[in-house]
Ligand binder design. Structure first.
Ligand SMILES: Nc1nc2c(ncn2[C@@H]2O[C@H](COP(=O)(O)OP(=O)(O)OP(=O)(O)O)[C@@H](O)[C@H]2O)c(=O)[nH]1
Ligand SMILES: [Mg+2]
Length: 331
């Protein structure tokens, strides 16, 4: 069998477990995760290298996964931008993994997600996630699978638990065989295109999502103002934007306790990512209705921020994340 490679878009409704699946397949935390819907706001690339000889007749493969924001009907500039990210990830991909929460009954919002596939000629695998939560085991899925089959002709239907890493080997095998023959797109130690600077912003945002309630998780965003990597210490300054003074008060908390909690847990995660000690400075600013501002939402796009930074000759390349675990696996 020839070496295979290609782009695989992970599509699905908010909270289905797309980012959990990306991280599980890559073996590294590339995307932030939270129990709150609409956690992911831009597409995130993760590379999985399947070594030669693993499985009968295998010549190796490179799967470039793209995690996407949850499919929903947008009601703000931010929501519309998220859906643009989904469409861009779908464009030109070789396989789509439509990931659905198997514990929930099908409803109109699922049908809306499936509608996005109608004009595509790409192979679509239906991935039924969260089977660890099914009391009756995988056989409980049969009626649900029948309903899904009525809506689309799926290439394969694969039950998994992204959280418990159940069914992932079968999923990888199916994806690999569905890919075209071709050379790898990325060197084996590159696991994502997203520089550490922007992953640090996401880590801070994850901590805000986890620590806050109600409207606040949705009304916040994070921009890294400076990111200086040294051999022993990385200095990061970031601003958390919210929409109202009251939200700013909650984010800072009594005697600054909330901001301290967010900062400490974010710092520990960033330290694990960059492999040095981290000095993290956090600021909170109010930007009324930022989710409605098309200009500001565009500014949040890390690919755009990267363009500005590289035109200012900031060395962000140095901060790109390498895949330690994958290196070990291959080594
Ligand atoms: N029990 C169980 N929980 C899961 C599984 N996969 C994901 N989750 C949980 O589901 C929630 C949402 O997971 P995410 O990976 O953030 O979901 P997502 O599809 O990326 O969500 P958005 O980014 O908001 O679109 C988190 O609390 C996960 O821990 C699974 O296989 N089993
Ligand atoms: Mg996500």
């Amino acid at each position: 069998m020839p070496f295979r490679s290609g782009f695989v878009c992970i599509l699905g409704r908010p909270n289905a477990g797309k980012s959990t699946l990306l991280n599980a397949l890559v073996g590294e935390k590339l995307a932030i995760i939270s129990p709150k819907p609409q956690t992911t706001r831009n597409r995130i690339q993760g590379v999985v290298n399947i070594p030669k000889g693993k499985g009968k007749g295998q010549s190796g493969a490179q799967i470039v996964l793209i995690d996407t924001p949850g499919v929903h009907k947008p009601d703000s500039s931010l929501g519309r931008k998220m859906m643009v990210e989904v469409r861009e990830a779908l464009e030109g991909c070789d396989v789509v993994l439509l990931i659905m929460d198997a514990t929930r009954k099908l409803d109109q919002r699922d049908e809306f997600a499936i509608q996005m596939l109608k004009h595509l000629s790409t192979k679509v695998c239906l991935v039924l996630n969260k089977v660890d939560l099914l009391r009756g085991g995988k056989s409980q899925l049969l009626p649900l699978i029948e309903e899904y089959k009525k809506l689309h002709q799926f290439h394969e239907i694969i039950p998994i638990s992204a959280l418990k890493h159940d069914g992932l080997d079968i999923l990888l095998k199916e994806v690999t065989t569905a890919l075209p023959a071709g050379p790898p797109y990325f060197p084996p130690d590159q696991l994502t295109d997203q520089p550490a600077r922007f992953m640090a912003a996401e880590i801070v945002r994850e901590r805000v999502l986890v620590e806050t309630e109600e409207e606040l998780p949705y009304a916040t965003t994070v921009i890294v103002d400076s990111f200086e990597e040294g051999a022993k210490l990385t200095r990061v300054a970031a601003t958390i934007y919210c929409e109202r003074e009251g939200q700013k008060g909650i984010l800072i908390g009594k005697k600054g306790q909330m901001l301290k909690r967010i900062g400490t847990s974010a710092r520990l995660q960033i330290e694990r990512m960059v492999g040095t000690k981290v000095f993290l400075e956090l600021y909170v600013k109010v930007r009324p209705n930022w989710r409605e501002s098309r200009g500001f939402v565009e500014e949040l796009d890390w690919r755009r921020q990267l363009e500005h930074l590289t035109s200012g000759h900031v060395d962000v390349e140095k901060a790109s994340v390498k895949h330690e675990q994958q290196k070990k696996r291959q080594g």
